[in-house]
Write a protein that binds this ligand. Structure first.
Ligand code: MN
Length: 245
């Protein structure tokens, strides 16, 4: 098996190193990841400049671009093989609910999925890398499961509570929850007195009820959400069609 690994925290992030390390037990692993932290990059592709790829090891490359750039370049020109699986992470911090739209971690996996390859995004719920080895062990378990029953390719979003492996209660297959609107920007001033703005924190869970990713990790279950990319609102589609009848 050949696995391509990327992330959005950068090619030196502990989460990526742990994931690459453990996957190398069962697969040929190639890492293509951003040269620096690009968390929140979403699915951005760099179109206004060329991308440089540098080598940091036999099968480790870093790119001066976004997570999507990394997987895109890997799959369409850099690699001389087609990976069987694309993995992203392990991210420092959760990617649940509406946050998945902004996530560079989910985006790297999405890019693999869009090229027809089964892809999985892994995130630890809390920042700080606590129990990273345990999260990596869970990721290995998941990758070793046969998921042939799913439509191929599949795209999974996995959030792992930061706790010892033995204390994980198991897996809950979930839907994305919803958040309240984000906190406002934080206004400040640069040294010349010009106003500057920091994006504020995301809102609290609005739909964190049973069956959601928020609820599962709150109970110490690993949350596994199958994702799709078609954003069409099918009910609105029919309503809107009637407006032009
Ligand atoms: Mn990140």
């Amino acid at each position: 098996m050949k696995i391509l690994i990327s992330n959005d925290d950068g090619y030196l992030a502990p989460g990526l190193l742990a994931l690459a390390d453990i996957m190398s037990k069962i697969a040929e692993v190639t890492v293509v990841a951003p040269e620096r932290n690009r968390s929140g990059a979403s699915n951005a592709l760099t179109l206004d400049k060329p991308l440089s790829v540098s080598r940091a090891g036999a099968n480790v490359f870093f790119v001066d671009g976004t997570p999507s750039d990394c997987v895109h370049v890997a799959l369409t020109g850099l690699l001389d093989f087609r990976p069987d699986l694309v993995l992203s992470g392990i991210n420092q911090g959760q990617n649940m609910g509406d946050d998945t739209l902004y996530s560079g971690t989910v985006a790297a996996a999405t890019e693999g999925f869009l090229f027809g390859i089964p892809s999985i995004a892994f995130s630890q719920v809390d920042k700080g890398w606590d129990h990273l080895e345990d999260a990596a062990k869970f990721a290995l378990n998941l990758v070793q499961r046969k998921l042939d029953m799913l439509d191929q390719p599949y795209l999974l979003n996995v959030n792992i509570p930061n706790c010892p492996f033995a204390e994980l209660k198991g897996v809950q297959v979930t839907r994305l929850g919803k958040r309240h609107q984000s906190e406002p920007v934080i206004k400040s001033a640069d040294p010349r007195g010009n106003p500057i703005y920091w994006i504020g924190p995301s809102g609290e869970a609005k739909d964190g009820g049973e069956g959601t990713d928020f609820h599962a990790v709150g109970q110490r279950y690993v949350s596994v959400t199958p994702l799709q990319i078609d954003l069409t609102h099918n009910r609105q589609l029919d309503i809107l069609k009637k407006a032009w009848q």
